[in-house]
Design a binder for this molecule. Sequence first.
Ligand code: SAH
Ligand code: SF4
Length: 426
Amino acid sequence: MAEYHIIVCSSTNQMLRAQKILREQSIGIELIPVPAEFGTVCNTAIKLASNDLEKVQGIINKAEIHLNGIYPLKPRKYESIMNALKTKRLPKFTNILQKIQNQLDLTVDELTYLLASDDIEQELFKVADRMRAEIVGDEVEIRGAIEFSNFCRKNCDYCGLRRDNNQTVRYRMQTREIVDLAIQMRQAGIKTIILQSGEDQWYTTEKIISLIKSIRSETGLRITLSLGERTQKEYEAFRSAGATNYLLKIETTDEKMFSDLHGGELMGARAQHLKWLKELGYLVGSGNIIGLPGQSVSHIAQDLMFFKEMGIHMVGIGPFIPAQGTPLENLSPGPYNLSLRTIAVARLYLRNVFLPSTTALATLNDAAQAKGLEVGANKLMIIATPERYRADYCIYDNKKAVNMSDAISIVKTLNRRLPNTIAEEI
Ligand code: SAH
Ligand code: SF4
């Protein structure tokens, strides 16, 4: 079996510099969340093959990258977890746990079994929670989202912001307004903000670049972009301007469902955007929607396989919620339990990834977002969009606006840890 090391840097900037330099030198690397036992200010580590270690050390020293250290990445056995859960009553489940323990890959049938079986649900949740604790620890990452425009040139069937939805009252925020919000986020202890919008070409390449630069220079915050599809050149320009993360959900990997929901567009074309983003050195988020029309559990299993194959760093899994004024407005919301199970299976199968407990999950019921954190998730997103725009950012109906005090109280109730930049009382 291949052996790996991880590089843990002293800051995110150092980590991003290191990954850029190593990629330029054609060293095969992956970015993974820093394993729990190495908790640092930078939560992303660089994974490399141990064979490349000597060469990498030379490059890192020459570039004067500040490190916390380079450590062997020991294959985890999860022995105590697995043994506690082995049960004669559930031989198939036990068998799959054994495969996970032995670092073996799972088949689509095995993933489908984990996702679909009611009788293993409680055990599945338990093992996912323990793996979360062991792999990424107790800290809950908190990100702040600024939904700065709800104009969209696309027409996704599920989304309330789709071009043809004339019930949506449209708004755009100006650069200064967005930067001021970012300053507030920084003061509240947030380290990464998500700039999200419909696909709005009013924000030209230059406008987005200047927005990124202003936020970087005035706050130093890390920036996740979630602008939908842009050109490869634009992704490159945004990366050079200082954006480090990009969130682009694949929604479903089933080609037919994808093109039915997106006016004939191809899933492969969307996947190509994710490849570009990875090549450009972004930390890439993706994800899917649970409960889309025609979706089966094995479709979801295949989505998870896609995330693994693509090396996606953050996976947002959320239920479908109907949105008024869309072709799917009369559909029922996606199933709650299947959404939770998908998070749990993602933790077991993808292991070292960031998994948010999503806003869509929070919208399904009041307890859902806390529950997501108990079945494998390690991240929450708070909505920082000004009150006066919130109702109009109606991706789906009754979207819950989770704020900082909600997030703090969820984390505290679960006895988990807040990032040390966030004060417990606000
Ligand atoms: N325009 C950008 C970002 C805004 S949409 C983009 O499409 O990437 C952000 C996410 O909202 C989408 O990726 C989709 O997963 C989610 N979304 C949209 N409509 C939804 C619905 N009705 N139910 C659940 N999630 C939805
Ligand atoms: Fe536009 Fe994104 Fe909604 Fe699709 S999901 S209609 S791209 S905002």
